[in-house]
Design a protein around this ligand. Structure first.
Ligand SMILES: [Mn+2]
Length: 498
């Protein structure tokens, strides 16, 4: 669509009128927003939603929750009225470039996205939190890129201060260029306040160096804290709407990986399995893969983050694939290991079944009051025992010594929190009690590099990992990626159908 609606001359309006008569489906609303909206993308969003599946009210609820937590902080700090005012600054991501004029795919800073749903780069959310009659009150301000016809011609539309409120429900929207002026005015209005800003790891270098760090350096604040831990404390437990989105993303990931398994054949290039996964996720509605997938044939599976994906997978080899997608801001993360020939060898099946037993046992531990760390300890013990049965670890080991040796066999954790990010809410401890509404991955592995001569020869050069995404509920673990087969017989049956 090449017509501008900003032109105010009669001629332009006349042209627009003609255009709309020719293409009546294209209403003027098409040109209002810098991201999908219910008016322009009814196939993605329902009325009242800011991002697919998440309503304006839910975003407001999240900001409200954060304001309450931050306000409660000063009540606990006993400084009384002096520190009742808080200024929270949460910047959005900038566009980053691969080379001159070639941008990387833009991905919004997750914390800003969680609190606003706003998808444009170089934006900032500011919350003014105060207290009236002993109750927390707050106002949200969203700073957005200024309308700029020339830039929009190249980069696409911006919502601007006029339309950002309609999109997000945040009434106070200002141009990002006015952030500095706004901060000065805040200082005039608030003599004493606490500042909440991630100064140690700024997500937007330019905004930080240009405006925010200058503001911090004035040292007009009483204290400065990082708000991100608080935001992640809210993010870690998913709402009903979020659970629906996680289920959608995990379903797509599981179905897509099943298609990849079916597509594989002896001699296949790892890169082709990557491409197949990307395609199968996107045609099911995902915007992109959640991370560069690991597609590792044979011994390469022993490099945990192998992403070169440029070798051929030979007939006798297993292929380990760790991949997931991002769908409407929520991700999946699945791993399967399968024999590219379609049939496990005896030795492959022995190792595979050992990992599968451990994985199922660990999934059973995904209940309230357990924790990722405690499941990890359990995993080490079970991997140790399985490896002893296989003759991979000496039989005389037990207890902590056995777990230490198991750590060499599986050098990574049992899993991580999952949500908007793959390693979601990474500031949250793995020792937290699991609660209904949390989502975790369970991904034990046994890695047996070909150059480790202490391993029985028949097992050398194998790496097996099985990973599912698991929702914690009040009635136990719910595996969200179960559509992708993991029983060895089911895998062989699937591959036989190729
Ligand atoms: Mn994972």
């Amino acid at each position: 669509m090449a017509l501008s609606v900003r032109g105010s001359t009669l001629k332009t309006l006349w042209k627009l009128n003609g255009f709309l008569k020719t293409f009546p489906a294209c209403s003027i609303a098409v040109r209002l927003f810098g991201q999908p909206a219910p008016q322009t993308h009814p196939h993605l969003l329902n009325t009242g939603e800011v991002t697919p599946g998440i309503s304006k009210e839910e975003f407001e609820f999240r900001r409200n929750k954060l304001a309450n937590i931050i306000s409660a902080h000063d009540a606990a700090s006993t400084r009384g009225d002096e520190s009742k005012n808080h200024l929270v600054i949460i910047p959005g991501a900038p566009v980053t470039y691969m080379s001159t004029d070639v941008p990387y795919v833009f991905r919004q800073n997750t914390d800003l996205l969680y609190l606003t749903g706003f998808q444009e780069p170089n934006s900032v959310l500011v919350l003014e939190v105060g207290r009236e009659n002993k109750k927390p009150v707050y106002t949200s301000f969203l700073f957005v890129p200024k309308k700029d016809e020339k830039r929009e011609l190249w980069e696409g539309l911006r919502s601007g201060v006029e339309n950002a409120p309609k999109l997000t429900g945040i009434e106070n929207c200002q141009n990002i260029d006015d952030l500095e002026k706004y901060l000065e005015s805040y200082l005039r209005r608030n003599r004493i306040f606490t500042l909440w800003c991630d100064y140690a790891r700024p997500v937007n270098r330019e905004l930080h160096d240009g405006v925010i760090s200058k503001f911090i350096q004035q040292q007009r604040h009483l204290n400065i804290y990082n708000p991100i831990r608080r935001v992640q404390g809210i993010r870690i437990k998913k709402s009903e709407a979020e659970i629906r989105l996680v289920k959608q993303s995990t379903k797509i990931g599981a179905q897509a990986l099943t298609e990849v398994m079916k597509y594989s054949y002896p001699g296949v290039n790892e890169a082709h399995l990557y491409a197949k996964m990307d395609f199968e996720c996107r045609v099911r509605g995902a915007e992109m893969l959640a991370y560069p997938p690991v597609v590792a044939g044979g011994n390469r599976a022993n490099t945990i983050h192998y992403i070169s994906n440029n070798q051929l997978v030979h007939d006798s080899e297993l292929v380990l694939m760790d991949a997931g997608c991002e769908c409407h801001g929520y991700v999946s993360d699945v791993t399967r290991t399968w024999p590219v020939s379609g049939k496990f060898t005896e030795a492959q099946r022995e190792v595979y079944e050992a990992v599968l037993r451990v994985q199922k046992q660990c999934i059973q531990c995904c209940v309230a009051k357990s924790s990722l760390d405690s499941i990890f300890q359990y995993m080490l013990k079970q991997i140790g025992l399985e490896c002893q049965k296989l003759g991979i670890l000496p039989r005389h080991l037990y207890g902590a010594e056995l777990s230490n040796q198991a750590r060499m066999i599986c050098p990574h954790h049992i899993g991580h929190y999952l949500g908007m990010d793959v390693h979601d809410t990474s500031l949250m401890s793995c020792s937290l009690d699991l609660e209904p509404g949390m989502v975790v991955t369970i991904e034990p592995g046994i890695y047996l590099p070909e150059n480790n001569l202490s391993i029985p020869e028949k097992y050398r050069g194998m790496g097996v990992r099985i990973e599912d995404d698991v929702l914690i509920t009040s009635h136990g673990p719910e595996v969200l990626t179960s559509l992708c087969p993991k029983e060895p017989d089911d895998i062989e049956a699937l591959l036989k159908s190729r």
